[in-house]
Ligand binder design. Sequence first.
Ligand code: GDP
Length: 173
Amino acid sequence: MREEEIEVAIKVVVVGNGAVGKSSMIQRYCKGIFTKDYKKTIGVDFLERQIEISGEEVRLMLWDTAGQEEFDAITKSYYRGAQACVLAFSTVDRASFDAVESWKKKVEDEVGNIPMVLVQNKIDLVDNALIDHEEADALAKKLKLRFYRTSVKEDLNVNDVFRYLSDRYLARI
Ligand code: GDP
C-alpha cells in the first residue's frame, strides 16, 4: 500500500511591539528578501512557506499584524486557530523587551498553551544593543521558552526559529 502524503499546516502568529522586525522576519522567511523600508501590504493576512521535517511536508502560514499592535487592537481573527507563536523583541528597543511577557499572556488568553519561542532580533546592531545576553537568557528561563537571537537583516538563525516551532508542533500531534 502506498503511504499517504500527509500535509500539516501550521498557523504561526508573530507578535511583539511595533518595529521589532516581525514583518521583515516573515518576508525574509517566506520570500527570502530584506528591504529596509518594506511597506506592509494591506489586505494580506499571511505569507507561507513549505518545509520538510522527517519526511513530512509542513506548511507554515506566518501571520503578520500589519501594524495593528501599535493600537493594541489586533483582531480576534489574527489569533484564531493559532498553533504556534513567535514572541519577538528588538536588541535596540528596551520597551519591546519589557513587553514580551504581556504579549505572551495575550496570546495565551486567546488561544491557550501553544508552542512558543522567544526571539531577540536585530543582533547585527551590536553597537547600539540595549539588551545583553544575561538579561535575555534570564527572561527565557523565567518564561520557560527556547530562545533564539536573530538578525533578519543578515539572515542569521531565522530558519532555526521556524524549524523549532514546527518540530514542537509535530511532537504534540
Ligand atoms: P514590525 O513592525 O515588527 O513588523 O517591524 P518591521 O519588519 O517593519 O521592521 C522595522 C524596521 O526594522 C525596518 O526598517 C526593518 O528594515 C528593520 N529591521 C528588521 N529586522 C532587522 C534586523 O535584523 N536588523 C536590522 N538592522 N534592522 C532590522
